[in-house]
Design a binder for this molecule. Structure first.
Ligand code: G1P
Length: 294
């Protein structure tokens, strides 16, 4: 048993406008775009559940009600499937449905930045550590990223940020951490900076969108100070918390697809299609032919 307070709740900030996917995201939230046959958000929720998370907290915004509907019963659909004895489809729906009372929704009323979105979840999270999963990023690994983070947290307590290495010329797109001594499957974080100017990043370890944070972050976020891009940045608040609490970097070694960008989204579809036994035989030969131009 870990001596540290269990991470029970996970926050998913899903209020983003998805402008990079217009016109699709005019009426469909980017988190509902599908990778093979599941919406992006489903992959991220499954990662959290695999890590032992018990309560899902969605920070939504205008035009995001279909996310709420997705995690609810679709009565007419299920009745129709039942009347047609479509048991396989009913099983898929039953597996995807969270238990009653284990999902909460709150709204970010204005798009003021990631730090602000996280702060909007403060009342629902309360005074306990929580996981934060950015829904743009979906990951593929033997053990999920968040599961590995929870294991590290059980040893260290404090705050955990998952990181991966990027090419130095890509560092300005991300939050970047400073690297200290090794701890377990990670290292002590010595500093962090959001979207560093080219050539100024403290390392090439970027924050990949998975966090375990202590509730003291909410007090810091409540000052609503603006940072890079004139947004309320989570990284800036974490840097302030770093002067009071420990942060460990969890070095995730797996594949990450940034489904907030067109290339990442397309690659996720190809990768997850090829890793599915039922789909791979249908598409592999044709993908090869398209690539080789035959
Ligand atoms: C956010 C975080 C950044 C992190 C990134 C991962 O940035 O602020 O620290 O590296 O997600 O995707 P955004 O992508 O919202 O600009």
């Amino acid at each position: 048993m870990s001596q540290h307070k269990k991470v029970r709740k996970a926050v998913f900030p899903v209020a983003g406008l998805g402008t990079r996917f217009l016109p699709a995201t005019k009426s469909v939230p980017k988190e509902m775009l599908t990778v093979v046959d599941k919406p992006v958000i489903q992959y991220v929720v499954e990662e959290a559940l695999e890590a032992g998370i018990e309560h899902l907290v969605f920070v939504t915004g205008r035009n995001k009600h279909v996310i709420e509907d997705y995690f609810d019963i679709q009565f007419e659909l299920e009745q129709t499937l039942r009347s047609r004895s479509k048991t396989a489809e009913l099983t898929i729906l039953a597996q995807q449905l969270p238990k009653a009372g284990t999902v909460s929704f709150t709204r970010q009323q204005e798009p003021l930045g990631l730090g602000h979105a996280v702060w909007c979840a403060r009342e629902i999270v309360g005074n306990e550590p929580f996981a934060l999963l950015l829904p743009d990023m979906i990951m593929r690994a033997e053990d999920s990223c968040m599961k590995g983070m929870v294991e590290l947290y059980d040893q260290t307590g404090g705050n955990i940020i998952a990181v991966e290495e990027c090419a130095p010329d890509q560092a300005h797109k991300y939050g970047i951490v400073g690297v200290g001594e090794a701890i377990g499957k990670g290292f002590k974080i010595t500093g962090m900076v959001e979207k560093p100017a080219k050539g100024t990043a403290p390392s090439n370890f970027f924050i990949n969108g998975r966090y375990i944070l202590q509730p003291e972050i909410f007090g810091i976020l409540s000052t609503q100070e603006r940072g890079a891009g004139n947004e309320i940045q989570l990284t800036d608040a974490m840097l302030k918390l770093l002067s009071r609490q420990e942060f460990a970097g969890y070095h995730f070694r797996g594949e990450t697809f940034d489904c907030g960008a067109k290339d990442g989204f397309i690659l996720a579809n190809v990768a997850f299609s090829l890793s599915r036994e039922d789909i791979r035989p249908l598409v592999e030969a044709q993908i090869r032919a398209m690539v080789s131009g035959k």
